[in-house]
Design a protein around this ligand. Structure first.
Ligand code: SF4
Length: 297
């Protein structure tokens, strides 16, 4: 395992990233002062695998409609799936509703601040639990998503790409955070922003990077990635696309529909049927006694 390089003289890398963030950060609504932990949790679930621009309007609508966990827990699955709109991976909507119900029941309708309690909620993993504790409650926590793992791989380990996720990712990121607690909290969001805007997948924008003179990968001569090629996720023709189209029809329907009404979703009957089965299995669609299909009530 590669160890962290010796820190060079001058401000620590973490402080440099925090100072860069003060001038370069995007103004995102869930980062503004006064945003509570519930709003942070909703944003973090929506932002997994979905770009900021698509999340922002849906996040606003959700919080207006369901300003507390208990409000979301009281909504029907069909309402929640409809409101999820085109964010993709709609199982997240149902898991968020499950988490909301657990928060209402076990925690008095207040999102817990403790990482262990957060991780015990349905659908809340290592990343989301720490993101909520850090961004929602101002706790010093390493928050490690794909962007952060890529930055650390290059900056600290001199590798072009991140290795598969591992437990040591948390200590790697914690080691780069400033000593001051308030700045360490800023660092958690700042390093994520650096990965989203500058140290991007593919070709990083090193000329615009505040830590380019400290970066182990640059100092090593920017060696190419020597592991297996990254898989480029395609969408067209996948079951994910077909599932999305089936859900589009069911979202727009005011009554249960028969199988023939779902045919326009996709020409290939075998793939269409497989995707409908998977939506039924995931609890995103239900079948009535008279063989009609609808969003779950
Ligand atoms: S110098 Fe380039 S590779 Fe290194 S952290 Fe900055 S953007 Fe990433």
């Amino acid at each position: 395992m590669t160890s962290l390089p010796t820190r060079p003289p001058g401000p620590d890398v973490g402080d440099v990233v925090v100072d860069w963030f003060a001038t370069a950060a995007r103004d995102l609504p869930w980062r503004r002062p006064g945003v509570d932990a519930w709003a942070v949790l909703v944003s973090e679930v929506m932002l997994q695998q979905t770009p900021v621009a698509r999340v922002e309007p849906v996040w606003r609508e959700w919080l207006e409609r369901w300003p507390t966990p208990s409000a979301l827990a009281a909504a029907s699955p069909a309402e929640v799936i409809r409101a999820w709109g085109k964010l993709g991976y709609p199982r997240r909507a149902l898991r968020l509703r499950d988490a909301a119900a657990a928060i209402a029941e076990r925690h008095g309708d207040v999102v817990p601040a403790d990482v262990t309690a957060l991780e015990a909620l349905p659908g809340i993993g290592t990343y989301t639990a720490r993101a909520v504790a850090c961004f929602g409650y101002g706790q010093r926590q390493p928050v490690v998503d794909t962007n952060v793992r890529r930055v650390v791989a290059r900056l600290a380990h001199g590798r072009a790409e991140a290795a598969p996720a591992r437990a040591a990712d948390l200590s790697d990121v914690a080691a780069l955070a400033p000593d001051d607690d308030a700045r360490a909290v800023r660092f958690s969001v700042a390093v994520m922003e650096l990965g989203a805007l500058v140290c991007v997948a593919g070709t990083p924008r090193c000329g615009a990077c505040p830590v380019r003179d400290r970066c182990a990968w640059r100092l090593a001569g920017s060696p190419p990635h020597d592991g297996p090629a990254r898989r480029v996720q395609k969408f067209a023709g996948t079951d994910r696309q077909v599932r999305g189209r089936l859900l589009d029809i069911l979202r727009a329907a005011s009554e249960p529909v028969d199988a023939a009404a779902l045919e326009p979703a996709w020409d290939d009957a075998v793939q269409r049927s497989r995707c409908l089965d998977s939506l039924l299995a995931d609890g995103l669609v239900e079948q009535t006694e008279d063989d009609l299909f609808q969003l779950p009530g």
